[in-house]
Design a protein around this ligand. Structure first.
Ligand SMILES: Nc1ncnc2c1ncn2[C@@H]1O[C@H](COP(=O)(O)OP(=O)(O)OP(=O)(O)O)[C@@H](O)[C@H]1O
Ligand SMILES: [Mg+2]
Length: 265
């Protein structure tokens, strides 16, 4: 049975997506899905095509072939802004926070709110600060103040602000590219807690991770990428670290081991 088949109407369905850069085939005929109220992981070695694939979903890249469907409708975003307008938010490895702006300004970046009437409009700073506070509170994120500059936050706090921003705007799908790669144990635990909250709020969460323990702790499903292809998919509860390592490296399965729930043809 395929993983995709067991999810009724997944929020995200990627089918047969390919993307090359010149002579480099980064993603080849990749298919996967991510359901609402679930954490879906993508794992694979360096260069396997994970980041490129999610950029094809979010609108950073245009795929050369294949289809991306959101809530059952084919979408082809020409830019990340278009993806965002349809409810796809991405937290990239570099986070794209502006260090010299305050937390609340980062949360409202490109979404500034104004007040006033007619042509006379002012930035609604206080309104945005209050809303920023409640966005952070809703997800139980602790920062010294929403007026603090992002530069002065810890790595975990910065990651939390970026995730709050991604989750805060009626998103359907939040994609995170290695959200805890740079974090210590305690900060990682907090970010994982935040990811669980998004899942429990009913969002579809797609997480790229190199940390197999994290994937086993956090995800409901996991897709394996190898050399540009999605080669396997598992329900996390039905797999093990050994099976994931074998799938990522392409090691032969022992004859008596059950096959993963592959969606490969
Ligand atoms: N903008 C680009 N231009 C040219 N080649 C690229 C570009 N982006 C990615 N590639 C190539 O595509 C392949 C897949 O890269 P990608 O970044 O998607 O891998 P990844 O699975 O995210 O790896 P990592 O775990 O190291 O982040 C690599 O060979 C990479 O060099
Ligand atoms: Mg990557």
């Amino acid at each position: 049975m395929s993983v995709a088949d067991t999810t009724p109407e997944p929020t995200l369905v990627v089918q047969h997506v390919s993307k090359s850069f010149g002579s480099v085939t980064a993603v080849q005929d990749a298919s996967l899905s991510a359901g609402a109220g679930e954490v879906t992981a993508i794992i694979g070695d360096n260069g396997a095509g994970k980041s490129t694939l999610i950029k094809c979903v979010s609108g950073v890249h245009r795929s050369d072939a294949g289809e991306v469907c959101l809530d059952g409708h084919p979408v082809g975003f020409a830019s990340p802004e278009e993806g965002r307008a349809r409810g796809i938010e991405t937290v990239y490895q570099d986070l794209a926070l502006v260090d010299d702006l305050a937390v609340w300004q980062n949360l409202f970046l490109n979404r500034e709110r104004t007040r006033g009437a007619g042509p006379i409009r002012f930035l609604d700073r206080q309104g945005m600060q209050r809303e920023a506070e409640s966005m952070l509170q809703r997800l139980d994120v602790d920062v010294p103040s929403v007026r603090e500059r992002v530069r002065r936050l810890s790595g975990g706090q910065r990651q939390a602000v970026a995730i709050c921003r991604a989750a805060g705007w009626g998103s359907r799908l939040v994609i995170m590219d290695e959200p805890t790669a740079a974090l210590g144990v305690r900060e990682t635990a907090r970010v994982e807690e935040l990811i669980r909250r998004l899942r429990d709020d009913g969002l579809a969460v797609l997480v790229i991770s190199h940390n197999f323990d994290q994937v086993l702790r956090l995800s409901d499903r996991v897709w394996i990428m190898r050399q540009g292809r999605v080669v396997d998919g598992f329900r996390t509860a039905e797999t093990s670290a050994e099976e994931l390592v074998a799938a990522v490296t392409g090691a032969q399965r022992a004859a008596n081991q059950p096959r993963g729930r592959s969606q490969q043809p």
